[in-house]
Design a protein around this ligand. Sequence first.
Ligand SMILES: Nc1ncnc2c1ncn2[C@@H]1O[C@H](COP(=O)(O)OP(=O)(O)OP(=O)(O)O)[C@@H](O)[C@H]1O
Ligand SMILES: [Mg+2]
Length: 263
Amino acid sequence: MSKTVVVAFANNKGGSGKTTTCSNVACAMAMQGKKVLMIDGDMQLNLTISYFDEDTALAFAQNGKNIYTAIKEEKDLSDFVVSTEYKHLDLVPSTSLMSAIEFDLFTKWQREFILKKCLEPVKARGYYDYILIDAPPTLGGWVMNIMCASDFLVIPVEASPWGLFGLANMFEFVGQVKTLAPTLEVLGIAVTKADERKKYFKQTLETLQNTDGARLFKNYIRVDSAVEWSQDNSKPVVAYKKTSRSAVEYTNLAKEIMKYAHR
Ligand SMILES: Nc1ncnc2c1ncn2[C@@H]1O[C@H](COP(=O)(O)OP(=O)(O)OP(=O)(O)O)[C@@H](O)[C@H]1O
Ligand SMILES: [Mg+2]
């Protein structure tokens, strides 16, 4: 049996911190000596441009090294992997063509399991310790593919008044996916962009602590301008500014995720 653990970062609420959390947790895991593959599952290609400049991202779109081509042609994902500048950290890039993925999936046989099938040979090789997937802010056939291909879900939630909006829909959707993928497990909720000075932050934490069926990760991520500077430089903050508070927090969150994410 494969030892590779697949974790998706998903929340239908836009801007909840999915990509930033996925990118930094992946890099922090690689810095801890783990072998990690990231998959950019979003047509906004934010995970891809977290590691590469826009020209390189455009080249991945043109030369077919992207998740869209892999899914459309139902190919082994190994052939779509690119190396990042960091040791043991690889990526399957995205492309804006992903905007058509729902249409492309529609005509496929067993369409909820295409990503799972494309990942099987990668998992069978057993090279990676973790595969982390960045999901788009939607709840459709493609996110269903992402969840059906995953062992665990991490749900990043922004500590803001609208951050919890739609969370109930998310859990309802996960419940539906579990009828197809019974082993899928919600690993936990990761609070992002927290501002401890705000009373609202404490209220958010209390609400999330009482969410049935989902652990609230002890390590939350505070707002930090170093995150935006790092993204402007196409680097994860854990590598760009190791001493920043967000770098420390993402590293601790990665350790907490690794503590729970095993079969
Ligand atoms: N800890 C943080 N401190 C400051 N800014 C942050 C932090 N985390 C995320 N951000 C910013 O918040 C915005 C949204 O974050 P991100 O793109 O990770 O969310 P997302 O859930 O992936 O969004 P989408 O739903 O569009 O895919 C980005 O501009 C990012 O730079
Ligand atoms: Mg995103």
